[in-house]
Ligand binder design. Sequence first.
Ligand code: FMN
Length: 397
Amino acid sequence: MSTTHISPVADLETPLKFAYWVPNVSGGLVVSTIEQRTGWDFDYNKKLARIAEDSGFEYALSQTRYAASYGADKQHEATAISLGILGATERLKVIAAVHPGMWHPGVLAKWLITADHISDGRAAVNIVSGWLKDEFVNFGLDWLDHDERYVRTQEFITVLRGLLTEQDFSFKGKYYDINGFTLSPAPVDVPGRAHPEIFFGGNSTAAQGTAGRTADWYFSNGRSLEGFAENINGVVAAAASGARTAPKPPRFGLNGFVIARDTEKEAVETLREIIAKAHRPAVEGFASAVKEAGASTKDGKGMWADSTFEDMVQYNDGFRTGLIGTPEQIAERIVDFKKIGVNLMLTCYLHFQEEVAAFGRDVLPIVRELEADLARKNGTELNTDLLPITNLEGANA
Ligand SMILES: Cc1cc2nc3c(=O)[nH]c(=O)nc-3n(C[C@H](O)[C@H](O)[C@H](O)COP(=O)(O)O)c2cc1C
C-alpha cells in the first residue's frame, strides 16, 4: 500500500461509498467518437440502476441539463428520471441534480419529501449553481455573477433544510422570503439521517465556502490527491468558521472516470483512444462555455479553471483522478483518496452497464480488503456492518 499521509478528517472505520453518474443525457460521459455502449434512455437506466445496486453501489447521481452542449443533444430531466430510478430499485439512493435559479427551494422541499416517501427514505438532491449561461438566459431567467450564484445557493440550501426539518419555518434573505411555513408530511424517519441528504457540487473558493457552511456532502470534479486535499481544507475551514448550519461535519465525494483493464497498458491505450477520437468542436465549445465557472472568479480558481483539452474530454475532469489501470492499481488509488478524507467515489465509465458490474466484481473486493488493512494498521476496525448488500450473480447475469 502507498504511503499517502492520513488526514485528520479521514474516516477509516466507515467503508467508502460508491456512486455512479446517471447517463441521463445522450452521448455518454466522454465527448469522443470512440464506441460507448452507454444509453441515455430510461430503459437503459433502469437496468443500469439494478446492476449498480447489486454490485455494491449505494448512490446514483443524475445530471441536470436543459439544452445541448458538448454533445448531450438529448436530455432527460433530472428529478423525473431520479424518481423513475428510485421506483425501479430497492436499496439505491438517488441524488437528483437541481439548479437554484430554476427552482424555488420550497417546491423542491415538497418534491423531495414526496420522493422520499415513494422510495422509503432513499431520495437526495445535489444542489448545483450552474455554468451554462445560455440555459438561464434563453429561459428568460437571471444569470447572476459567479460568486453571487453561491450567495443564492447558500440561502437556497438554508431554506431547503429549514423546510425539511422545522415547523413554522421563516427566513428572510436577499433571494428568499419564507413566512411561517410547515410542510406536511415530514420526510421519512431514517435512523442516522437528519433529513434527505443535501449534496452540493463546485470547486471554486466560493463553492468551498458555501459547501462548508451548508452542505451535507461536498462533491468535486476529478482532482489529483494534492488538488483534492486543497479543496477539503477549504471546505473544512469554512465549516469550522462557526457559521455552519448543517447538523454534522461535511463529507467528501470525488468524481473519477474508471478504466479498469487486465493490464495497465490496455487501460492507458483506451484513455489514449478516447482522447485521440475526441469530438474537437464539442470539447472546444464546452471549454468556451465553462469560462462562466471557476475561470470567471477573482482568484481564477475553480471548476475547469486549469483543465487542459484532454481533461475536458471527460467533462467533469474525471481522468485527473487517475482511476486508470488494473483493478489492483485502481483500488489502491481509491484507498489513497480515502486517506486524504474522501468518503464517496463518484464514478463514470465508457460502457456503463458492463463496467459497473465489472467494478463491483473486480475492484470493490480489493478496495474492501485494503480498507480493512488500513483500519487495522491504524489501530481500528472497518465497520463491516455498514457495507451495502450485494448480489454479484444478479449483477453479472
Ligand atoms: C459532482 C458535480 C455534479 C454537477 N452536476 C451538474 C449538473 O448536473 N448540471 C450543471 O449545470 N452543473 C453541474 N455541476 C457544476 C455546477 O453547476 C457548477 O457550475 C460548478 O460546480 C461551478 O464550479 P465553480 O464554483 O468551481 O466555478 C456539477 C458539479 C459537480 C462537482
